[in-house]
Write a protein that binds this ligand. Structure first.
Ligand code: FES
Ligand SMILES: [Fe+2]
Length: 329
C-alpha cells in the first residue's frame, strides 16, 4: 500500500497524558510516534517515558498482571519492574537490577539500554519531546496561567483518535474558506497569522451579537511546534483551549481538547453561553473530522485568490521534519 502522506512524523513536544492519570507508582502502556512505549511515575514522583520492549526477552514493560500497577509493570522505588522476569529499569533507561543473576549481564551494565524521551510537566499535562534523531529539545513547552491556576475551572476534557496527519489538521488555521462551507459561518473569518520560528500566532477580531447588543470579541490562536496549540476566546464567555495533537503513527493522531473558563467569585460557571461556546468548538472539530479522515494530501495544490496562506503555512510546518524534501509540501 502506498503511503497516505509524503511527510513523516513531525518533531516537537507532545502531550502524552494528563498529570492526574499517572499518580506515583503507576505505569501505563502508550503508543505514540509509531512506537510502543511505557510511561510511568516513580515513587518519588519522577515521570519517565521509555521504549516498551525489555532488552532481556522482549516483554512489554507496560503490560502485566500486577494490580498495584494498574495492570502494567510494577514500580519499585525509582524503577519499573519488567512483568516477565523482574529485571528493573530506571527513568534513564538503565537496568538497575536483575534479581536472580549472580553476575550482572555486562551488555547492560552501566549503559542505557532503553531509549528515553525528554519529559516535562505543566498545564496539568505530561509532555514528551519526540525527535527522530533523538536531538535535544529545541524549544520549551509554553506554560499557561489558565491551566496552572485555581482562578480557572478544572480542565473540561475531550478526546478523539483520528485517521489523519497533524499537518493536515493544523492547515485549518490557514484555510479561512472552509469555515463558510464546513462550519457554516456567515462570512469568511479574517485573521492575521504571524510565523516566528516554531511559534505561530493569529488574532481574529469580530463583533459578536448577543441579546444585549454587540460585544467586541477576539480569538487569539497560537501554537508552539506541532503539538501545542492554545486559543483564547474573549468576548461573550472568556474561554481558554489547549488543542493538543499527538502523533500515534504516520497517519493517526490522538487529539485532546482541554477547556477552562475563569471562576467567578471562586465558582465554576457552567451552562449558558459558557457551555455553548465549548459545544461550538467541539462541534467544529467534529465537522472537520470526516473531511480530514478521508481526504488525500495534495502536495503543491491548485489554489485560488480567495484561499488563505496555505503555502506559507506549509513552509512554516516543514521546519518540523528531518530527512524530508520540504519543497514537495
Ligand atoms: S523479558 Fe523483561 S525481564 Fe525478561
Ligand atoms: Fe475547521
Amino acid at each position: 500500500m502506498s503511503k497516505r502522506y509524503p511527510m513523516p512524523i513531525p518533531f516537537g513536544w507532545f502531550a502524552v497524558a494528563y498529570s492526574d492519570e499517572l499518580p506515583p507508582g503507576k505505569s501505563k502502556p502508550v503508543h505514540y510516534f509509531g512506537q510502543e512505549l511505557v510511561l510511568f511515575r516513580t515513587e518519588s514522583g519522577r515521570v519517565a517515558l521509555l521504549d516498551a520492549y525489555c532488552p532481556h526477552l522482549g516483554a512489554h514493560l507496560g503490560y502485566g498482571i500486577h494490580e498495584n500497577a494498574g495492570g502494567g509493570g510494577r514500580i519499585e522505588g525509582e524503577s519499573i519492574v519488567c512483568p516477565f522476569h523482574a529485571w528493573k529499569f530506571n527513568g534513564d533507561g538503565f537496568c538497575t537490577d536483575v534479581p536472580y543473576a549472580t553476575n550482572f549481564p555486562p551488555k547492560v551494565k552501566d549503559k542505557q539500554c532503553l531509549r528515553t524521551y525528554p519529559i516535562t510537566e505543566t498545564n496539568q499535562l505530561i509532555w514528551a519531546w519526540y525527535h527522530p534523531d533523538e536531538a535535544e529539545p529545541l524549544w520549551e513547552v509554553v506554560e499557561h496561567e489558565e491551566a496552572n491556576s485555581d482562578d480557572w475551572a478544572p480542565l473540561e476534557r475531550y478526546e478523539w483518535q483520528l485517521n489523519t496527519h497533524p499537518q493536515d489538521m493544523a492547515e485549518n488555521a490557514a484555510d479561512p474558506a472552509h469555515f463558510l462551507f464546513v462550519h457554516r459561518t456567515a462570512s469568511m473569518p479574517e485573521w492575521e497569522t504571524t510565523y516566528d520560528g516554531p511559534c505561530s500566532r493569529g488574532v481574529q477580531r469580530a463583533k459578536m451579537p448577543t441579546p444585549r447588543g454587540e460585544v467586541d470579541g477576539a480569538i487569539h490562536t497560537g501554537s508552539m511546534g506541532p503539538g501545542q496549540g492554545f486559543t483564547r476566546f474573549e468576548g461573550i464567555a472568556d474561554t481558554f483551549l489547549l488543542g493538543l495533537v499527538t502523533p500515534v503513527d504516520e497517519e493517526n493522531v490522538h487529539v485532546r481538547f482541554a477547556f477552562t473558563q475563569p471562576r467567578v467569585n471562586g465558582e465554576v460557571k457552567g451552562g449558558g453561553v459558557n457551555a455553548a461556546i465549548i459545544a461550538n468548538i467541539v462541534g467544529q472539530l467534529e465537522e472537520d473530522a470526516p473531511i480530514w479522515e478521508h481526504k488525500t494530501y495534495r502536495p503543491l495544490p491548485v489554489l485560488c485568490d480567495g484561499d488563505g496562506p496555505i503555502a506559507k503555512f506549509r513552509k512554516w510546518y516543514g521546519q518540523f521534519y528531518v530527512d524530508f524534501d520540504t519543497s514537495k509540501l
